[in-house]
Write a protein that binds this ligand. Sequence first.
Ligand SMILES: [Zn+2]
Length: 240
Amino acid sequence: MGEAKTKKGGKKASTRDEVVLKLRSDPRTEKRFEPKSSPSAILSVLAFSVAAVLVGAGTYGQWLRDEALGPHKAAPWLIAAGAAVLIATALFGPRPALPIRVGDAGVGVEKGGNEIERIAWNVVRRIVLGERSLTVEGEGRSITISLAALPEAAGKVLREARERIPVVVEDLAPGALESRSEAGAETLPLEPAQVAGLKCKASGRLIAFERDARFCGRCGEVYHREAVPKRCETCDARLK
Ligand SMILES: [Zn+2]
């Protein structure tokens, strides 16, 4: 089965046959993509501002005006209209997109603070390209990338997936998304992978010591140094 996949690559055969076995201490990097403000996100902010002005004017008209004048007739309507816009925007307005990381550690989404939720390439089960978003599905979690806010990140995910886990994306025809430039994205170094508790994909052995860990440089799969197979069991990359 490895044979067939290797042939399919055609001109990529040479790069596909490089030995990609990595140590835990080998440097890894990723790209960080910041979301663009989509027109709908700008509209959402605008709606919020308008609503705030309505509520403010209404509050003034109702309670804060000169006592001699009394509450303005239109004030309750202003407050009601403002509140309606606020609620509609909160319920139906687009949620702001979060920054996305793509690189040696897989696909990640910045959840705020220092928390980054990642899906490593070796656990990606499916990649679904919809009209508005690209979804990366891993084991028990998924990351959705808005095509409007983060087209470059989505393109980078598809490009990397073609190199690292071709089987997962073989049904997706290459599109314009994949030729988007990643020049605007910042390159960041990654911390060494966490090894504690991981099991060798080939032998099932628990990897007790960091020095015993070996990684597939393409998909990130982990092996015990004494049980490294010829080819990665997950992505078929040559390891020896
Ligand atoms: Zn691999």
